[in-house]
Ligand binder design. Sequence first.
Ligand SMILES: *Cc1c(COP(=O)(O)O)cnc(C)c1O
Length: 499
Amino acid sequence: MLYKSTRNSSIRVESAAAIAKGISEEGGLFVPETIPSISMDELKALAGKTYAQRAAYIFAKYLTDFTEAELAYCTESAYTAKSFDTENIAEIAHLFDGTYLLELWHGPTCAFKDMALQILPYFLTTAVKKLQMDKKVVILVATSGDTGKAALEGFCDVPGTEIMVFYPVEGVSDMQKRQMVTQEGGNVTVCAVQGNFDDCQNGVKKIFTDETVLSALEKGGMTFSSANSINWGRLVPQIVYYVSAYVSLAESGEIAYGDKLNVVVPTGNFGNILAAYYAKQMGVPIGKLICASNINKVLTDFIRTGVYDRNRQFYATVSPSMDILISSNLERLLYLLTDGDDAQIREWFTALNESGRYEVSDAVKAKLTELFYGGFCDDTATKATIAEIYEKVGYTCDTHTAVAVKVYEDYRKETGDTTKTIIASTASPYKFSASVLEALNKKPEGNVDEYDMVEILHEVSSLTIPASLAALKTKARRFEGSIEKADMQKFVLQKLHLA
Ligand SMILES: *Cc1c(COP(=O)(O)O)cnc(C)c1O
């Protein structure tokens, strides 16, 4: 299996190179040449297997240049009960009749990013070895809060790597900030940027392709890679949990093999929902893909009208990991929906870069609306949904998951579709204690810190406090201050001792 760039289909590399590079040199994203299939018999055979075994089975279809032993090493190292607080790695909770939550936050940083970022360092170091690159890999990360910590945790003290994380100074929750600025490890840097997530992401993308930076890096014996979901090594692990969830639901008799299952995903950079699309294209009987946004609803508008327009007000919401106006992974979807028309992709994404807007063809619009439903809700509705779920079924969910539940309720009302449905639950409520408590009308007045709130949330929800979050309380803050967005490049060169 080879990987093509969305902006130049003649570029073809093996998966190890796609993962090591992160992004193609002309700015395109790597996609597999074809989508491998999985049959109903194969799905049935995955029942009774561990998560790591299921993962290795799926990876063998995509990462064909990795040996079976290499894949076993990667999956068995990443998906263990040492890092995750459950043997199952992901859990499925029953929400309402025929509606399930896929809890993807049982990893070390309590957000779904761990599902991919626990394994990416193993993929990457294996890839670098296979390619005999003999260079230090510098991982640059732009984060809206969760990717940063998950990447830091995954790459902490991994030999031959250095990781730098940029986050928007006002754009993350107190707990997210604390998780990042207390990060241990000799190869890590965390930096606050005076701007929003899109500024961080644009800054990182620019540094990745800047000639002067690249030649300085080359001289210093280093190379860049990405831990953002533009890296195929981030995306492919996410396909696994959709396949695995289908198998688990069938195994427990909630659905029969062959039954359709709708999938709802709280969406930002479009990585998670794109993985669900891949699972569907592989042959997992997935019905509608429901894309849930907060008030930064650029994707809802896009799915409904075919016009992508980022020229709009940016809002900081209670679901900060979805506060994004440029969803990078849409490029991969559009490449697939245009049957690999790289010239068309270049045109649209140049327009996005220059004017902040593009409009897809009628043919693509038709495919989009057939596959996807787009919906959004604001902070008031998000909080009301947290309260509603808590009162109805005694389940405490985080703000991002609540957006998905609300959009799913709207979808059901609008369409009458009663197909069984799984909703991606992307973070532990403890990461967003303040907003969750506010939603439940339990937030204390006055000056309380994030740990007081964790304690109160514990009383309210009776959920176990994740050990990794509890441990942060006494850890020293290592990274203070912030930089201007124009200074990101200088910052990187200085930190790497290249300037
Ligand atoms: C990253 C994140 C999202 C958005 O996922 P994408 O793959 O970027 O669409 C949603 N919820 C949480 C909690 C996240 O951390």
